[in-house]
Unconditional design. Structure first.
Lengths: 595, 595
């Protein structure tokens, strides 16, 4: 099944919701207006549609495989990766100083979606490299930057994040990998890391592992964790590759999905110690890692949108071709393509609305990121940073949870054929399931949202968002019947959100079990609201443009999709608030031994 | 991961909700009281826990395989099936006249759940045999009954249902397989059938295919379809096996889940015609098939409950053992088993409440079936039949849709380990996905619910159920704070249901697209309501018994689970009603070409 990048929808968001015109006024982004966005997206679409997407099924059928510590990727991946790197795509959002394009996230995140729609397994390699670049930019020494950044930004080398150990998953306090300081200022690293995405592969000359470990004598818990760079091949002074470092792939996992992406168990120090260099200061590793995790969490949210889009396109394609039964309204005398049946339309609309809603939310979050990092005014930067940070767990948690529903519906639209692996719909269903787990499970995102993003400031940012939504409601109230219908749902959802915020603010300290029992429902409610809000904003824009006759078919579809979102998805919000406010009793009352 | 049959919960439902004391007053069921139920369930648990469950993972790793038309099942399946048949389990609910046990469905369906929890792939073979028995009991000639029923009821032979063809899935009007009448009264069958569960295998001596086909010259559409028995081996007059019939397995499918269950493409008549005999009258095949499909639909609903139970047990087991992070309430100074974390409890409670709610609904439906078939009073039979028929699409549709949520949460509880196939959680997630598709997709169930079960009688049965629920609400209102909290949610859900019923009754004829656009949401709302109602009834019983000190730990857990169901699942109902009543616009407005 082929993939067509939704360039038009992306540009709609970039222009009208993320407001690229405002992004282009930020220092450093003067050349990044709508025209640039369009040119970049169209070029990006070509590569992903033509080169990367056709390898998606192949990767599922012929996953990466490991033998004697060597990992061979799916046939075709190596060449596709070469084209990706040569096209300069790895450097899209990275600084020009290190060979990047220096484009805003507002554009870059749309490109990221395309790559992930084309091939989720393939896209993980660049995604992790982005994280490594981010960490080195933030906390790397000049020497580390000089040694690694050009090569990573060019895509010649790739990066990994080494957090997890068998006993340390969500709880990084339990990390045991140790680092022994050496007289020359380097460290020797010993330990086992698991679930290392692209921890070993054959697509690049070198792999730069960013590794969490404890320096000998460091404090227990999270305050004793440091971050190290450990390259697969040591790098000589002149930048050429030196000796093989003492980090080896023991095995790769047999997984439910994203099979082409090798998930490695890495062993450090079996032959005397892997040589690493400290990033930043000792014992501040978790802090640096969080910076790169925030970038990665946003990116995983985009993966959710991406797999949803791919599943939607596949389902629409099948629904147009598969002929079965007459329409219930008697409009046709013969069996019709199933896209004519109301419930098939409902499923496709659910897939579409969820995808477009999450895409709009991610686009607006990207613009906030750009303003938070580039705006001249510190107060504006601060406001945008707070808004972005509130949105990260929503982009990650809500978009990926919705991708489970979307990819499940994708199988369902195919009926019995969906259950047959040859059809390809099942692959998306399997692939998507990792997205609610890695880079912090939905519960971890929800804890972040409840603790750091809502309770800590007494709900200030949350309420500020609610206030902005009220403004959109006021505009909707003056509008068409569709606008008013959407406004009614938006108001009910915003009201539910405010109730939930009040409950969380009131209970997080005094009754944490009650607050955290509703953490994931709160995340789902907030994500639903913000995505629905963006769809409502989109409806207002689309109505105005449709009235002018501008791209009428697209605008009318956007209006219908926004209406659908409100009545079928946003309408879930009040029930979720009930679970949060009244539901703690049913969670906490159960005795552990009674399960 | 082992399986422990939830005998206590099943007996609670059978005793207090399905009221086995009343079932045991029906003619023919005099010996089928609570003691019998307990003895049968305990014996059934032994076989399934000890013999069938351990083969579940094996079946996923070593699926059935086909070579030259011969299908070999997973190692161990053949022997387990022999034990199943020898134990008399195939005949549990079938007439004593043909060697069965003649037990009520109220008991039989609990046994069915155990078999399916133990091994969904394995259980499909008996499930389909039940369907074949049902069809022959209903419409078979005396000769057909004499030839096949004893062997099917004893499990020596197995049965299949042959409906689907490449162009005829949900739409059986498109069936093309043809039957040519022969001078001796038999028919020669020619055609291709796909998706035939256990269409070929090595566990039994003979396979009796029940096949939909068109007799030469029959009318077009559904009114020209007849039903035939086509055995794999012809049966001699003395009952011994004769020549191999001209039906052959061409291939089996490579599927997302239930891999051990061979899904065959069967070719009829490549060597001159497969010999079949007509069941009942010509052109009434679909009518007979619907009888057996209703039984199979109920049974697939039970599969949803079964896989949910298995996933729940696996998740609880992991959550008790996996140690990660300190509890948020500061109650422990060290990292705790994750079952202590509120969101893990919330996930487990969601799994548990959904499973128990659907189980209670299925149990009550089974009792209605027994009364509908055995009660002495025709009016009572009729009422129970109407109630049962309303519940079948709910048991099938709602329980299986919920099993997708439950098995997904099952993976989620495991975190990263859930995505690794060795863990086993992913298998349940993959296996469950077929349940919303086969024996009629959720949309097909929903069409049945909207058209035949709600609109046709002007909502009479639906409103009668709502009236019964009001009585439960009245009891809850007089009860404890938990009872009142549940009553509030039940009333809101029942109110939402009545709104939806009114909308459906008003629109199904005049505006079918609007009514059917909300068909699946209506099914989900109705299923949620009826399951929630049964949980509310369970709460009232459990409170009374807990107060008497009877099995207090169990009763208190039931109360908490019922409360959880109300606040976390039943609370979704009002939002769904909004989608049904206001949501058609967003579905129907989208132009086909705009997708």
């Amino acid at each position: 099944m082929s993939y067509t990048a939704p360039v038009k929808d992306m540009l709609f968001n970039i222009e009208h919701l993320a407001r690229i015109d405002q992004v282009a006024q930020l220092p450093g982004f003067e050349d990044s207006g709508l025209e640039t966005a369009q040119a970049v997206l169209e070029e990006c679409a070509k590569l992903n549609e033509g080169v990367v997407a056709p390898l998606n099924r192949e990767g599922d059928l012929k996953p990466s495989w490991a033998k004697d510590g060597v990992v061979t990727t799916t046939p075709g991946f190596k060449d596709a990766y070469r084209q990706y790197a040569e096209g300069g795509w790895q450097g899209l959002q990275h600084p020009v100083d290190f060979g990047g394009q220096g484009l805003p996230k507002t554009i870059g995140s749309a490109c990221g979606e395309m790559l992930n729609s084309a091939n989720l397994s393939f896209a993980l390699c660049p995604l992790l490299t982005d994280g490594a670049i981010e960490a080195l930019l933030t906390a790397g020494s000049d020497e580390q930057k000089a040694t690694y950044l050009h090569k990573l930004v060019s895509g010649e080398w790739t990066g990994t994040m080494n957090l997890t150990e068998p006993q340390a998953g969500s709880d990084l306090a339990a990390v045991r990998t140790r680092a022994e300081p050496q007289p020359d200022g380097t460290y020797k690293i010993f330990g086992t890391k698991i679930f290392i995405t692209y921890g070993e592969h054959d697509m690049a000359d070198n792999i730069v592992h960013l590794v969490l470990a404890r320096v000998t004598g460091a404090p227990e818990g999270v305050k004793g964790i440091s971050l190290f760079t450990v390259p697969k091949f040591l790098v000589n002074q002149d930048g050429s590759l030196g000796a093989r470092n003492d980090v080896h792939c023991v095995s790769i996992e047999h997984k439910l999905g994203i099979k082409a992406s090798p998930t490695a168990v890495l062993q450090y120090g079996d032959k005397g110690g892997a040589i690493g260099t400290l990033v930043g200061q000792e014992n501040r590793g978790l802090e640096y890692m969080f910076i790169m995790m925030n970038a990665a969490r946003y990116a995983v949210g985009v993966q959710g949108i991406a797999i949803s889009e791919r599943a939607y396109q596949q389902a629409v394609g099948y629904a147009r071709e598969r002929v079965q039964s007459r329409p219930v309204d008697g409009s046709m005398n013969t069996a019709a393509p199933i896209i004519h049946h109301p419930d098939v339309k409902r499923m496709l609309m659910t897939m579409r609305a969820a995808t477009e809603g999450c895409r709009a939310m991610a686009s607006v979050a990207a613009a906030a990121y750009d303003a938070a990092h580039h705006h001249a005014d510190a107060e504006v930067r601060k406001q945008n940073q707070a808004f972005y940070e509130f949105l990260v767990p929503l982009v990650k948690g809500y978009s990926t949870e919705m991708s489970l529903e979307v990819t499940s519906l994708g199988v369902q639209v195919h009926g019995g054929m969906g259950f047959i692996e040859e059809t390809g719909a099942a692959q998306h269903y399997r692939d998507a399931k990792i997205l609610t787990i890695y880079e912090g499970t939905t519960a971890i995102q929800a804890n972040d949202l409840v603790g750091r993003k809502t309770a800590r400031d007494g709900g200030t940012v949350a309420k500020a968002i609610a206030a902005q939504i009220r403004q959109t409601e006021a505009e909707l109230a003056k509008g068409s019947s569709n606008a008013q219908a959407v406004g009614k749902r938006l108001a009910a959802a915003r009201d539910a959100f405010e109730q939930a915020v009040d409950f969380i603010v009131a209970n997080t300290k005094g009754n944490p079990n009650a607050a955290f029992a509703g953490s994931v429902p709160y995340l789902m409610l907030a994500g639903n609201l913000v995505a629905g809000w963006q769809m409502a904003r989109a409806l207002l824009v689309a109505e105005a443009l449709s009235a002018k006759g501008q791209d009428k078919a697209f605008m009318d579809a956007k209006i219908t999709t926004a209406r659908f979102y409100a009545d079928h998805i946003l309408s879930r919000a009040p029930g979720v608030a009930a679970s949060i406010v009244d539901g703690a009793e049913g969670v906490t009352a159960m005795a552990i031994e009674a399960f």
